[in-house]
Design a binder for this molecule. Structure first.
Ligand code: UD1
Ligand code: CA
Length: 476
């Protein structure tokens, strides 16, 4: 259908009810702005052109649109208000010889999908109509345009809520705000529409009666899935749309072979990719461009932002951003993994460990209570509990290099820049200030001195002294 379809996306409105300094269509669900979801549904049609109409916060909205879909044509709406005016100005941006169908979408209705649009366009073309719109039957249609039909069911027009009389207000079939038009018929209709109505706006919806009166065919096709037309007007609706989108994303992954225990507490962004036989446990947030390979188990209570997770990895109760986990790694619980962390195959980042810009080789382990920042660790090395890489001298960040097969003792401080070569040991409590050559043991803790009888002399009568006394008696 590529060459005969153009898409117009309306995004000029103010979105007052969001009560936000952020333009409405830039609010996000599923990790993307509302308008990005609409752009994606539109580009799935492979249209000849997408035109977005902007006005309120035009710079920010236009920038976001072009960032997501650089080929979009941006059109500025003038001071004449209304959806009809917005579309009229969009049509002027199409090539004058474009004679095909024009799909009109709202930038604030993010759950529309390509398949629904394809169905709408196909029906529109096969029935030879000049206008086809998506409608829905709502128990509470308040605020929405109503579809007027004659007793035989033929569409007569659309009346806006604010312009409707008592009888019309009782109509439950509403205008979903998603349309297909024949370009020429729409252009002619818009030229004749005025702003003579309750809101003083040029209504796109008036095109229905106009097209009918000039002999064009118009129909409304009711959707059985009201979410496809759901508009976001306030933050409550934003959350509802976000929850519904998430439910759909979760279901799609489940159907593709991913085990997701608790859809209600699992939040997966639209761009996340998950292979079959991954298991996602409750309380997990998978965000951005995260990808997870087969056999991995993620969660519970884990957030991964732009991470790559290898096959059979295990990540629990942890947070990671821009990290690469190779196959079979073991992460958490309670790891805080910051950008630039790479954990090699079979490696481990354990409890209460923070990493940043750390390349940790295959089979290497940072199991307990550590900070590893700006460091490279080779393969098969172990970092003792409580070890800190002191990468910052108060002015600059420095790099630590730990080789292969290294055993860093517990509670070391590695003062960067420092290099600890392959096959070395460092003793517990070492403050490593100098490079350690391959094969050595590094130690710099002062020799221990035991002052016998110190407790009895200096802490008499304490529970410690009593314990010492009992020990002394046992030895007798
Ligand atoms: C519109 C329809 C209504 C339908 C409802 C479905 C009209 C006159 N009414 O009403 O029949 O039931 O959608 O959600 O079309 N916009 C512009 N320029 C403008 C005004 C609006 O670009 O001058 C954009 C808005 O940013 C929004 C979309 O058009 O994305 C719809 O506008 P909105 O004001 O929300 O229309 P509704 O009153 O909801
Ligand atoms: Ca609306």
């Amino acid at each position: 259908m590529a060459e005969q379809v153009a898409v117009v996306i309306l995004a000029a409105g103010q979105g007052t009810r969001m009560k936000s300094s952020l333009p409405k269509v830039l609010h996000r669900i599923g990790g993307r702005s509302l308008i990005a979801h609409v752009l994606d549904a539109a580009s799935g049609l492979e249209p000849a052109q997408i035109v977005a109409v902007v006005r309120h916060e035009r710079e920010r909205v236009a920038a976001a649109i072009l960032d997501h879909a650089p080929d979009t044509t941006i059109v500025d709406q003038d001071e004449i208000p209304g959806t009809g005016r917005a579309v009229e100005q969009a049509l002027a941006a199409l090539p004058s010889d474009f004679d095909g169908s024009v799909v009109v979408l709202s930038g604030d209705a993010p759950l529309i999908d390509t398949a629904t649009l394809e169905g709408l366009v196909n029906g529109h073309l096969s029935e030879g109509r000049s206008m086809t719109l998506l409608s829905a039957v709502f128990d509470n249609p308040t605020g929405l345009g109503r579809i007027l039909r004659d007793p035989s069911g033929s569409v007569l027009g659309i009346v806006e809520d604010k312009d409707a009389d008592e009888t019309q207000r009782r109509i439950t079939e509403i205008n979903g705000g998603i349309y297909v038009f024949a370009r020429r018929a729409l252009e002619a209709a818009l030229a004749a529409i005025d702003t003579n109505n309750a809101q003083g706006e040029k209504y796109l919806t008036d095109a229905a009666a106009r097209i009918l009166s000039s002999g064009g065919a118009v129909d409304a096709v009711a959707t059985d899935d009201p979410w496809t037309i759901a508009g976001v007007n306030d933050r409550a609706q934003l959350a509802e749309a976000g929850r519904e989108l998430n439910a759909r994303i979760v279901r799609a992954h489940q159907r593709a072979g991913v085990t997701i225990q608790d859809p209600a507490t699992t939040w997966i962004d639209a761009d996340v990719s998950i292979e079959p036989d991954v298991e996602v446990l409750p309380g997990t947030f998978l965000q951005g461009a995260t990808s997870i390979a087969s056999g991995a188990v993620v969660g519970p209570d884990t957030t991964l932002i732009d991470c790559e997770v290898g096959a059979d990895a295990r990540i629990r109760r942890s947070e990671a951003t821009l990290a690469v986990f190779s196959a079979g790694v073991d992460v958490g619980p309670f790891a805080y993994i910051r950008p630039g962390t790479e954990l090699g195959a079979g490696g481990k980042i354990g409890a209460f460990v923070e990493t940043k810009n750390a390349q940790i080789g295959d089979g290497s382990k940072v199991p307990h209570l550590s900070y590893v920042g700006d460091a490279t660790i080779g393969t098969g090395s172990n970092i003792g509990a409580g070890t800190i890489v002191a990468n910052y001298d108060g002015v600059k960040k420095h790099q630590a290099v730990v080789g292969d097969g290294v055993r860093i003792g517990s509670k070391n401080v590695l003062i960067s820049p420092v290099t600890i070569e392959d096959g070395t040991y460092t003793a517990a409590g070492t403050v490593v200030r100098k490079d350690v050559p391959a094969g050595s043991l590094a130690l710099n803790v002062a020799p221990q001195r035991n002052i016998e009888g110190w407790v009895a002399e200096n802490r008499p009568g304490t529970s410690t002294a009593e314990a010492a006394q009992r020990a002394a008696e046992r030895k007798k």
